[in-house]
Design a protein around this ligand. Structure first.
Ligand SMILES: C[S@@+](CC[C@H](N)C(=O)[O-])C[C@H]1O[C@@H](n2cnc3c(N)ncnc32)[C@H](O)[C@@H]1O
Length: 395
């Protein structure tokens, strides 16, 4: 069975490549896979990257333009739909405008696609901050709209490092299965939950296999000498706020001191979240060399293969890579969807909102969680794809 896929906010194609790589075969030998049909994004170079790597034979199937002007009804029929709606207004870092922001309401275009095209399944992605935006109302409103469009939904907070990816990236992914099909998606089990000793280190994927000098998108940054000096002193895993940095090399920054500023990768751990923008100091820093990662190194952390070519200048490519769903993460989830359609068994785990979802959808409010003893509630700093710009003068 071939699922023709449409996608809004397609980005450079992380989710799409994951979908392309997934495949299930049922007991009778029937193959289940996803095939690109059409996609939309409003960023020119992002569209070019998608065309080049995902659908070089059908470049016209990527419609480059604002989703608000897209004629959704005229798009070809689809069986599968993906939309990683922009997260800028849902990220905890910066001002959380949620549904009142410029980007917050864009999810409604995904709902329009669901209502009109009624694909058999959909997959939607956003940052973990979506759960708390607008005092939790935005999340429930979005889930309700998906349900009302005719889908059994399974939202879950995926922690990709627990699935063996070389990056701590936590994202809410919602899978919807059309209600008439009569079943609900089950979250594939994370094999390494609470087992950090088994997680894949950033170092291992940056070094194996070695990246050749002329690799695609492997341009180095020219740093100011002061940055090189500061990075030389910062130990792997530490950031610009380490107390052993001498006064003359310290950053003079007022206000919030975000933990990813000039943060060097740790030698043994997965990378922290690869982000799409942000000023100097947020470009993710090498564990052994006093420099920012190249885009190819970032792409490896996002599990893009080395043949995947990003179109555009260095900053544009950084934006594209940081915004993508990690390819292997998308593949794991879409593989589970295809296995479900094929009737194949796979290991599952309860979704994060399993017990509360029905009540959330019915009452429109977040169900009260049972108090756990021994835990303290702390608002976590979260890295969005679109990091709020920081006023750091040096690169
Ligand atoms: C989080 S990224 C999606 C990444 C994608 N799922 C992937 O895996 O590569 C969101 C995308 O939405 C696009 N976008 C934001 N606002 C848009 C709009 N009004 N119309 C069309 N695309 C938009 C951005 O250019 C960006 O590429």
């Amino acid at each position: 069975m071939i699922f023709k896929k449409g996608e809004l906010f397609c980005g450079p194609g992380g989710l799409s490549l994951g979908a392309k790589l997934a495949e299930a075969v049922n007991e009778d030998g029937e193959v289940f896979r996803v095939e690109h049909e059409w996609a939309n994004d409003y960023h020119e170079e992002t569209c070019d990257t998608f065309r080049l790597n995902i659908c070089p034979d059908k470049p016209e199937s990527v419609i480059c333009g604002d989703v608000r002007k897209l004629d959704i009804k005229s798009l070809p029929p689809i069986d599968a739909f993906a939309f990683g709606f922009p997260c800028n207004d849902y990220s905890i870092v910066g001002e959380t405008k949620g549904l009142e922001g410029e980007y917050g309401p864009l999810y409604t275009y995904g709902i329009k696609v669901l209502k009109h095209h009624q694909p058999k399944f959909f997959i939607a992605e956003n940052v973990g901050g979506l759960e708390s935006a607008n005092e939790g109302k935005a999340f429930i409103q979005i889930l309700k709209a998906m349900e009302d469009a005719g889908y059994n939904i399974t939202p879950h907070l995926y922690k990709f490092e627990e699935y063996s990816l070389p990056q701590a990236r936590h994202r809410i992914i919602i899978v919807g299965i059309r209600k008439d099909l009569g079943w609900k998606f089950q979250v594939p089990k994370a094999p390494y939950k609470n087992q950090p000793e088994k997680w894949t280190s950033a170092k291992s994927v940056i070094e194996n296999p070695p990246i050749s000098e002329n690799a695609l998108n492997h341009e180095f940054t020219n740093h100011a000498q002061k940055v090189v000096d500061m990075l030389t002193i910062i130990r792997p895993g530490d950031n610009a706020w380490a107390d052993y940095i001498p006064e003359e090399l310290r950053l003079k920054v007022k206000g919030a001191k975000m933990s990813n500023i000039y943060k060097r990768l740790d030698l043994k751990s997965p990378a922290y979240t690869v982000t799409g923008s942000g000023g100097g100091g947020t470009h993710m820093y090498h564990y052994a060399e006093p420099r920012a990662l190249t885009n190819r190194e970032r792409a490896r952390l996002q599990t893009f293969p080395d043949w995947y070519e990003f179109v555009g200048k260095k900053e544009s490519v950084r934006r594209q890579i940081g915004m993508a769903v990690p390819v292997d993460g998308a593949k794991i989830i879409i593989q589970a969807i295809l296995d479900s359609f094929a009737g194949n068994e796979y290991k599952t785990e309860p979704s994060k909102w399993e017990d509360e979802l029905a009540e959330m959808l019915e009452t429109g409010k977040k169900a009260k969680k049972k108090k756990r003893t021994g835990t303290t509630k702390k608002k976590k700093e979260e890295a969005p794809e679109n990091q709020t710009e920081l006023e750091l003068p040096i690169q």
